[in-house]
Write a new protein. Structure first.
Ligand code: ZN
Ligand code: ZN
Length: 461
């Protein structure tokens, strides 16, 4: 059985190798291209769509399969009573939509109007070039385009990204299915359900309408939702640089393929949902088949790898949140004050208090000080490092954070400035922890004003 494990190995390919390769656009001579396609003639998609030529831009075969037949079925359903055995039969034969990772294991089902290797090739291009112009159904071109538009309108074969489907071309079963696709679809999709419902409980018309046409319609729409809804609705727990998303609604609609952010990050993993309580009947089916010996070589990423991705994405979100908060003026942007100048200003009525070499203007906070006005006033114009750090009261983490928003200067030769200057002179910035965006991280207990062993005597009086 083919597996699409080639897809994610692209990430590991040496860039030098890639640049030595021909254009990443699909080769015009690739097998499985429409044999009528002549690369020398301009493709219809290269001529602008007008009132006269619009019908040439339409992929009529696909229109028949994904719009024409379903509409016929819906109209026929109005005149066809739905019988219980037919309804049960239709539900039981609804196969999970087969995306390439599942196609590899499940076989292809008969969902897409395009033939299996084409579907797989487009799917691989979608993974390799997600959201770019080479993505055959990029959601950046609109939700409807990613759902249906890309099939209803002809595609320029030169635009779709190039991917390796040699494994599928070499696979006899796939090639047989490719050659006999329309026959297989018509027989398995329409005639077989009609025969079952007709011969077993006499519901010939219901068999073809409900268990045939409308069931296919449902599975088609479910599959298309993987390309549209799963790139539009939900969270991005593993990476938010591209559009794939996780959402329970998409999972319900697509029989489990709604955890699409996971699927794009770990494409060869046979699962979409990794939590037991998440809805992924496709995964459950594959698992059952494995127990029956019908599926094998199921791929799974180690939870260590999965958790790393999750933690990094959480970190990124956290960094964005932190960057929006006021952590006080950066120390290196604060003016340097002489000690005597600080004392003078405090004496002249400015509510200045120095903690760990940093000067804070607490004038507006004196009335709100939880420990009382007198207490905070006793620190004005002094080195309040020890008072603040336990000499009088060991202030809370929140107090250190709040204090940092009031800082207005640093004392020349003061403690923190010294550390900062020394680090700068030595060309190190290891003194400060920084996030991925270069924003300084201030951890609880790591505030400048937090001094763990303040000199016992200083300023405590
Ligand atoms: Zn996929
Ligand atoms: Zn996708």
């Amino acid at each position: 059985m083919p597996s699409h494990q080639n897809v994610e190995t692209f990430a590991a390919v040496d860039p030098a190798y890639l640049s030595s390769q021909k254009s990443a656009a699909a080769s015009t001579s690739e097998p499985n291209r429409n044999h009528k396609y002549d690369p020398k003639k301009p493709h219809i998609t290269e001529t602008p769509l007008t009132r006269r030529n619009w019908y040439k831009h339409v992929n009529w075969l696909n229109v028949v399969f994904i719009i024409g037949i379903p509409i016929t079925g819906l109209i026929a359903a109005i005149y066809t009573p739905l019988r219980l055995p037919t309804a049960i039969f239709a539900v039981l034969t609804t196969s999970p939509p087969a995306s390439a990772s599942q196609q590899a294991t499940i076989g292809y089902g008969h969902t897409p109007p395009t033939r299996p290797p084409w579907w797989a090739r487009d799917h691989r291009a979608h993974h390799r070039y997600t959201d770019t112009d080479k993505d055959p159904y990029s959601v950046r071109k609109g939700l409807l385009y990613s759902h249906l538009g890309w099939m209803v309108m002809k595609q320029n074969p030169k635009r779709i990204g190039r991917t390796d489907i040699s494994d599928l071309n070499d696979d006899k079963v796939v090639q047989w299915q490719h050659k006999n696709y329309i026959k297989v679809v018509v027989f398995m999709g329409l005639i077989f359900p009609m025969l079952v419902a007709g011969l077993l409980w006499g519901d010939w018309v219901g068999g073809i309408v409900y268990a045939g046409i409308l069931r296919i319609f449902f599975v088609q729409q479910a599959t298309f939702c993987v390309n549209s809804l799963a790139h539009w609705l939900g969270d991005q727990p593993f990476d938010d640089r591209n559009s794939p998303r996780d959402h329970v609604i998409t999972a319900l609609v697509t029989l489990g393929e709604g955890y699409h952010n996971f699927h794009h990050e770990f494409p060869s993993d046979y699962r979409n949902a990794i939590e037991w309580h998440q809805y992924d009947p496709t995964k459950w089916s594959i698992w059952v088949w494995k127990q029956m010996g019908l599926a094998y070589d199921l791929k799974q990423f180690r939870s260590n790898e999965i958790e790393k991705g999750r933690v990094q994405q959480q970190q990124k979100k956290l960094d964005q949140k932190r960057a929006k908060l006021d952590w006080g003026v950066p120390l290196d942007s604060l003016p340097v004050m002489e000690w005597d100048d600080y004392v003078d200003q405090a004496k002249n009525g400015r509510g200045l208090v120095a903690v760990a070499g940093v000067v804070h203007d607490v004038t507006d906070f004196i009335a709100d000080h939880p420990g009382g006005k007198a207490m905070i006033k006793s620190g004005l114009g002094k080195d309040a490092t020890a008072m603040f750090n336990g000499g009088v009261y060991n202030h809370s983490n929140a107090a250190h954070n709040l204090l940092s928003t009031m800082r207005v200067g640093v004392i020349r030769g003061g403690m923190e400035v010294e550390i900062w200057k020394r680090a700068r002179d030595e060309g190190k910035d290891a003194v400060y922890v920084k996030d991925g965006n270069g924003t300084r991280v201030v951890r609880a207990g790591d505030q400048v004003t937090k001094v763990h062993d303040p000199p016992a005597s200083a300023g405590a009086a």
